[in-house]
Design a protein around this ligand. Structure first.
Ligand code: GRF
Length: 221
C-alpha cells in the first residue's frame, strides 16, 4: 500500500461503521488509513473503539464553541493538520456549515440507513417500516448543503418483512452499511469515483447483474 487514502472519521455514537472500516483496513482489504477520529459526543463508544486500535481520537463538544462556524473551523483545523483526503461521516449527528463543505469540496461522504431519496433524516428504518415499503436499505452519498441529498455513490437493498420491527430492519440495514461503506471508501482509494453533476460514476466497475427483486416473490409470473 504505497499511498493509502487518509481518512478523518466523524462519529457521535456506537461507531459500528467505524469498527467495520478499522477491521477492513487491518485485514488489508481497504487501502486507507484513519488519521483521526473526531466525536462531538464525549460518551460515544466509537471513541473507545478508536483508542483500542491506537488511533488518534478527539472530542469536540458543541458547548465549547460560540457558533457552528467556530465549531466547524476547529474541525477543519484538526482534519487539515492530519492531511485528511476524505472526510467520512459515520453516524455523525450534527449538521455541517457551508464553511466546512467548502473546505473539503467533494471530499465528504455520509452513510444513511435508507434508500435515498426516500426517508431522509434521523429515523430512516422507522419511517420505512411505518410507510410499508417492501424494500429498504442504505446509501453512501456525497454530502451537500441539504439533509441526505447529495449525489449517491452506492446503495444496498434489503427486504422489509411483514413481521419486521424498526429494530429488526435497522439491524439488517446496519450489516449492509458495514459492507458498502468500506466498498465506497475503497472506490475513492482506487481513484474510481467520478462526479458528473449529481451523478456518480464508478470507473471500470461491473454493475450489478441483478435485473429485478420482488418482495413478496412472484408466483409464476
Ligand atoms: C447508522 O445507522 C448510520 O447509517 C446512521 O447512524 C448510524 C450509526 O451507527 N447515520 P454506528 O455509530 O456506526 O454504529
Amino acid at each position: 500500500m504505497a499511498h493509502p487514502l487518509k481518512l478523518g472519521v466523524l462519529i457521535s455514537g456506537s461507531g459500528s461503521n467505524l469498527q467495520a472500516i478499522i477491521d477492513n483496513i487491518e485485514k488489508g482489504a481497504l487501502e486507507a488509513s484513519i488519521r483521526i477520529v473526531i466525536s462531538n459526543n464525549p460518551d460515544a463508544f466509537g471513541v473507545t473503539r478508536a483508542q483500542k486500535h491506537g488511533l488518534p481520537a478527539a472530542v469536540l463538544k458543541h458547548e465549547d464553541f460560540n457558533t457552528r462556524e467556530d465549531y466547524d473551523a476547529e474541525l477543519i483545523r484538526l482534519l487539515r493538520s492530519k492531511e485528511v483526503d476524505l472526510v467520512v461521516l459515520a453516524g455523525f449527528m450534527r449538521l455541517l456549515t457551508p464553511v466546512f463543505l467548502k473546505a473539503f469540496p467533494q471530499k465528504i461522504i455520509n452513510i444513511h440507513p435508507a434508500l435515498l431519496p426516500s426517508f431522509p433524516g434521523i429515523h430512516g428504518p422507522k419511517d420505512a417500516c411505518e410507510y410499508g415499503v417492501k424494500f429498504s436499505g442504505c446509501t453512501v452519498h456525497f454530502v451537500d448543503e441539504g439533509i441526505d441529498t447529495g449525489p449517491i455513490i452506492i446503495q444496498s437493498v434489503v427486504p422489509v418483512f411483514s413481521n419486521d420491527t424498526t429494530e429488526t430492519l435497522a439491524a439488517r440495514i446496519l450489516k449492509e452499511e458495514h459492507r458498502i461503506y468500506s466498498q465506497a471508501i475503497q472506490f475513492f482509494a482506487e481513484g474510481k469515483v467520478a462526479l458528473f453533476g449529481r451523478k456518480v460514476q464508478i470507473k471500470n466497475i461491473e454493475e450489478t447483474p441483478v435485473i429485478a427483486l420482488h418482495n413478496p416473490s412472484l408466483a409464476g409470473f
